[in-house]
Design a protein around this ligand. Structure first.
Ligand SMILES: Cc1cc2nc3c(=O)[nH]c(=O)nc-3n(C[C@H](O)[C@H](O)[C@H](O)COP(=O)(O)OP(=O)(O)OC[C@H]3O[C@@H](n4cnc5c(N)ncnc54)[C@H](O)[C@@H]3O)c2cc1C
Length: 446
């Protein structure tokens, strides 16, 4: 790659804070709220115009779809508060056995929770570099309509999903070859659907989780799934859409206004979402796939005859990219064998969905989420939250789930706050004080 020299520049400091959280998906939002509740100054910086990450930008409202049976164990904490608050504010819908978040309304729910927690918010502000002093992070460089500015902080939490800050700070991470990464998706919704006709069709088809074609067991064959692939196969067979179109739908909700608001139908492999050329290509290719999907749904799905595109995700939905090398790297054995850790910051049910495995949490089994997986190697006073935490390929299918992202987020927020109050680095933080504070915030850690 050709390079060019850019002259060094003195830039204004836009703010100083105790704890700075970058990225506001399930991980970052939980981190900021948890941290502010511990009484330290907290800032939350987001590159787009709303908080919520994949929930609000890519229309992923199924925070709790794994709760499709009554034997699930829950971590409690802020993830569950998101659900309760959404329900209280009219921002969720009951579908089958669980609640789906209204992803547009969640923008307002998130604003309300951020404001109530006393967080200093910054929207429309991308972080583009880390400010280092030796191996300690001291702040970040941002780019916005106000120009290039710095934010200084005692602790930084990277909740960008892609471990951007870890990358800028020079902490070690890995990223798998792009043809092995989880696919990317342009989510979309339709209006003009005859819901009763559509539901009658779906319920007679009796599709289950085993139909996804991922590695799963007997119990998954018993679990109903909204999986829908027949219309796309039919349109391919008739030569109406390309044979290699990556289409299979998991649709998430419906309203009595004739809307099926989130169709997770486009799954495109082979994209690296830390590469701007790939992101551009995937957005454009994804929207083309949406058009093919709607064409097939209208022609071959009862109830969809008069359907129209209602909305597309404001951003491409991404599932997997950089993973940090942590103080501890979670293993497949840990998530499948109910691992227990002394530095637990929460629990997660034995629930895996991704990288060709689908295991539903219908056994009551669960594993501890250890502090080590949110602690990057080599750089001090930096934590991560959300899907980029440390672990092998198999664990990503569990750890990327939004509820687990809220667990790592709340753990990071509380640990950062305790380390500021005790004037020790994040690596030296007193775990029993962190765990006590987490329990007080309603998190189950044992
Ligand atoms: C289509 C799709 C369907 C899914 N379905 C489910 C499901 O049903 N259930 C489930 O639990 N999970 C599901 N997932 C996975 C889940 O959505 C993600 O794993 C989860 O949202 C990750 O949370 P996060 O907080 O780590 O990151 P994200 O939700 O990606 O949030 C990261 C945030 O950081 C911001 N950001 C990034 N870089 C910067 C920067 N440099 N500066 C400032 N801000 C930045 C982004 O704008 C974003 O707001 C799905 C994912 C996709 C794409």
């Amino acid at each position: 790659m050709k390079t060019v020299e850019v002259p060094a520049k003195t830039i204004p400091v836009m703010a100083k804070t105790d704890v700075l959280v970058i990225g506001s998906g399930p991980g970052g939002l939980s981190a900021a709220i948890a941290c502010a509740r511990e009484g330290v100054d907290t800032m939350l910086v987001e590159r787009y115009g709303c908080f919520g990450g994949n929930i609000t930008q890519s229309m992923v409202g199924t925070l709790a779809w794994y709760r499709s049976n009554d034997r699930v164990v829950d971590a409690g904490g802020i993830g569950c508060e998101f659900e309760q608050m959404s329900k209280r504010m009219g921002a969720s819908l009951s579908i089958f056995l669980y609640e789906v978040i209204d992803t547009d309304m969640f923008k307002y729910v998130a604003d309300t929770m951020v404001t109530k927690a006393g967080i200093l918010p910054v929207l429309h502000c991308a972080t583009v570099d880390a400010i280092m002093e030796g191996n300690r992070i001291k702040g970040v460089v941002t780019e916005s309509k106000s120009g290039r500015q710095a934010i200084l902080a005692k602790r930084v939490i990277d909740a960008t999903g892609d471990a951007d800050i870890v990358n800028f700070a020079g902490a070690p991470y890995r990223i798998d070859p792009k043809d092995t990464l989880e696919p990317v998706t342009v989510n979309f919704g339709c209006s003009g659907v005859n819901i009763q006709t559509f539901l009658d069709y779906i319920l007679t088809r009796k599709t289950s989780i085993a139909d996804w074609g991922q590695k799963s067991g007997e119990k998954e064959a018993e679990e109903f799934s909204t999986y829908l692939v027949a219309p796309f196969l039919k349109a391919k067979e008739k030569g109406e859409i390309p044979k290699d179109a990556h289409l299979a739908s998991y649709w998430n909700d419906f309203t009595d206004a004739g809307e099926v608001r989130s169709l997770n139908a486009v799954h495109m492999p082979g994209y690296d979402c830390t590469d701007v050329w790939d992101l551009t290509k995937a957005e454009i290719e994804g929207r083309k796939h949406v058009m093919w999907a709607i064409q097939a749904l209208k022609k071959y799905t009862p109830g969809f005859e008069k359907a129209r595109l209602r909305t597309m995700g404001a951003s491409l939905g991404t599932r997997e990219s950089r993973k940090i090398m942590g103080g501890y790297n979670l293993t497949e054995q840990d998530v499948l064998n109910q691992a227990r850790f002394k530095d637990s910051i929460g629990i997660n049910p034995e629930f895996l969905d991704g990288n060709n495995v689908a295991i539903m949490p219908s056994t009551g089994r669960y594993f501890h989420v250890p502090y080590g997986i949110i602690l990057p190697q080599k750089v001090e006073n930096l934590l991560v939250a959300g899907r980029c935490v440390a672990g092998d390929k198999a664990t990503h299918a569990a750890i990327r789930q939004m509820m687990c992202c809220t667990v790592t987020g709340q753990g990071a927020g509380v640990a950062a706050a305790v380390s500021v109050k005790d004037k020790v680095t994040c690596r030296q933080v007193n775990m029993s004080r962190v765990q006590k504070a987490l329990k007080k915030q309603g998190v189950r850690i044992e």
